[in-house]
Design a protein around this ligand. Structure first.
Ligand SMILES: [Zn+2]
Length: 301
């Protein structure tokens, strides 16, 4: 009798394995719940806005999965790698290089070298710098593929759902507008990460009619006045804004116009130049920050 039960069990396991192999063959990704998942199913989504000065690097974690959006300047390599290790990261399921400027992809080669990597997203635009070459070389060395961002495509990050919203054109004059824009939904809460996207890309996203509404907006292009247009801000309608910029940066980021737009709408701002690394948590209903809101002052005031 015992033997029979064991045999039945073996048959079921084999059938399940065949079924999942079939699904995987159809290109359908299969997620088999594990004990670890059930332990973390009610866990929070954590968004770490890592202080890399005048640059971007954002780590998003939920359950056993993680995504890194940008990796700071070349000089931030060690800082970013160490920070990820401190968070217990050994694998990044998604790595996004929003666009090929150094302050976004500078540390990406070291990140790719130091961690197991799932998918790498880069926009379809080459750059002639050594920084860009280093990233492509790191990808090649690990035999990874570059996934191009197709607006409207979605993927899961733990219990979170990610949607790519930009870039929406094949070519732009300004490299910033190639920025990959990603919306992350977790329960009832929504985050929008815009890289250095400027007015042109914001206008395209509005025209496409995407649902841009978000609770937390990572302000585009370090608070530059060429991003975060009134129309875009009205549509996103965030409660919170996060600005990633360096203290005393030579661009004068964040610009006064941007800060005024945020202030006039009563949007709480969090700034890496004032608070250092900012960690934001969502339980699916409520959002909290590890620091107090920052000021509406422009740089050098
Ligand atoms: Zn930038």
């Amino acid at each position: 009798m015992k033997q029979k039960i064991r045999n039945n069990f073996a048959v079921i396991v084999i059938l399940l394995a065949l079924f999942f192999t079939f699904l995987a063959g159809c290109g359908i990704s299969v997620h088999v719940p594990t004990e670890k998942d059930s332990q973390t199913a009610s866990s929070e989504l954590k968004v770490h806005f890592i202080d890399v000065g005048q640059a971007d690097s954002i780590l998003i974690m939920n359950g056993s999965q993680s995504m890194l959006i940008d990796a700071g300047n070349n000089d931030d390599e060690k800082l970013v790698v160490d920070y990820l290790k401190e968070q217990g990261i050994s694998k990044l399921d998604y790595v996004i290089g929003t666009h090929p400027h150094e302050d976004h992809i500078g540390g990406l080669d070291a990140v790719i070298d130091n961690f197991a990597i799932g998918q790498v997203y880069l926009p379809n635009v080459p750059h002639t710098t050594k920084t860009f070459f280093d990233v492509v070389e790191a990808i090649r060395k690990k035999d990874l593929k570059i996934t191009l961002p197709m607006p409207g495509t979605t993927f899961n990050l733990g219990e979170g759902a990610c949607t790519i919203l930009a870039p929406n054109s094949d070519s732009y004059e300004d490299l910033n507008n190639y920025s990959i824009v990603i919306k992350v939904e977790y329960g009832d809460t929504v985050f929008l990460f815009t890289g250095d996207a400027e007015k042109e890309s914001e206008t395209e996203m509005l025209k496409k009619g995407y649902d841009l509404t978000a609770d937390v907006l990572k302000i585009g292009h370090h608070g530059s006045s060429f991003s975060t247009t009134e129309d875009f801000l009205n549509k996103v309608n965030p409660q919170y804004a996060v600005i990633m910029c360096g203290k005393g940066n030579s661009y004068g980021h964040p610009h006064r116009e941007t800060m005024n737009r945020l202030k006039n709408k009563g949007i709480k701002v969090y700034r890496t130049d004032e608070s250092g690394t900012i960690v934001c948590s969502s339980d699916g209903k409520n959002i909290s920050f590890n620091v107090e809101p920052g000021s509406y002052l422009k740089e050098r005031e």
